[in-house]
Ligand binder design. Structure first.
Ligand code: SF4
Length: 349
């Protein structure tokens, strides 16, 4: 794992992003922002499952104005996602948005951007330059690749903001194409000091989308690149994005967050329904806030040894199972008691 890239620290509301701080987990609401009740409800759900900064879509003035009421009822920073109309950014700032996301591909008039930057500066609100491969500004160079166009779009916008004496900047360069996304972030990481928000855009349905995001974000995070992440998934359950983000960060030992389930794939040695047991254990662990590693293993031969860094585990044999802690045997239980004995041990720990 490479040393984390040194980036500047910015604040989005009360949350610091960049420097040596934790990689911040973000998500975006899927509700109509004008529906304050539904949006507040979803932001609260997202916070419950670990979301630290949330973005809301601002398609019109009513959505921009709704941020006032949303902000009164939620405790995590709210970022206004702006496209096409700079006045929506100005209104969102008036409404108390903690951050703005501007897409250089669809607000390009420097005078309009300057108005937004002045208003953001007055309120010390950061701006994310959110480049998206699907909405890039016109190429200035002939035959420029998507990667070059993404990087150039971000750099042009960074220079514009800097020329306006504004440095509360965060940058993202998202594409669906994982190699292109990785290349773009690697390139921009060397050219600017600002924190980077990572994401694979339009990554797909939860299973494929989480894998695609894990590959792209995993490569970058392993290279020390990235200060905040969002996993974009096509799902009605916004918490799935947050859970996937934490799984990526936990896999790289960059964050701790709730329980982690270690479970063996099962093989010819297993004499119990290890798949069913692991699924129930995962369900039962939902809502556990403490950082704990729980193992569900299919046999007593290799189970405890394979999962010796787990805090608690069960290695199942024929009709009986061994409860273990840190690879050491604690007790033996009958098959009908596997689940409850394991959960009781989790609660004890
Ligand atoms: Fe097979 Fe046992 Fe390993 Fe599970 S723990 S994969 S059952 S050897």
């Amino acid at each position: 794992m490479r040393k984390r890239r040194a980036s500047r620290v910015i604040r989005v509301g009360a949350v610091e992003i960049g420097g040596a701080g934790p990689i911040v987990v973000q998500s975006m609401t899927k509700t109509d922002t004008r529906d304050v009740k539904a949006t507040v409800k979803q932001i609260r759900q997202l916070k419950e499952c670990g979301c630290e900064v949330v973005r809301v879509a601002v398609p019109d003035m009513d959505a921009a104005k709704a941020i006032v009421d949303i902000k009164k009822k939620v405790s995590i920073p709210v970022i206004a996602d702006i496209h096409f109309d700079y006045r929506l950014a100005l209104e969102s700032l008036k409404s108390g948005a903690d951050g703005l996301r501007l897409n250089p591909g669809n607000i390009s008039d420097p005078e309009q951007i300057a108005k937004v930057v002045h208003a953001a500066k007055e309120r010390e609100v950061p701006i994310r330059i959110g480049v998206n491969a699907g909405s890039l500004p016109k190429a200035t160079k002939k035959k420029a690749s998507v990667v070059e166009r993404m990087v150039d779009a971000a750099l042009d916008e960074v220079r514009l903001l800097e020329s306006l004496d504004f440095d509360l900047i965060k940058v993202s360069l998202k594409a669906f194409d994982v190699p292109a996304t990785v290349e773009a972030y690697e390139a921009i990481a060397k050219k600017i000091p600002y924190p980077l928000h990572l994401g694979i855009t339009e990554a797909g349905l939860p299973w494929a989308g989480a894998i695609r995001s894990a590959v792209g974000l995993g490569i970058l995070l392993h290279e020390g690149i990235g200060d905040t992440i969002r996993v974009s998934l096509t799902t009605a359950d916004a918490c799935q994005e947050v859970e996937a983000a934490y799984e990526i960060l936990k896999s790289l030992k960059l964050r701790e967050h709730g329980p982690t389930l270690v479970s063996c794939p099962s093989c010819g040695r297993s004499e119990t329904d290890i798949v069913g047991l692991a699924q129930i254990v995962e369900e039962r662990l939902k809502g556990v806030e403490k950082t704990i590693k729980v193992a569900v293993m299919g046999c007593v031969v290799n189970g405890p040894g394979e999962a010796k860094d787990a805090d608690v585990g069960i290695a199942c044999g024929k009709g009986r199972g061994m409860i273990f802690r840190k690879g050491e045997k604690v007790k033996t239980v009958e098959e009908g008691d596997f689940l409850e004995a394991l959960i009781a041990e989790v609660e004890r720990v």
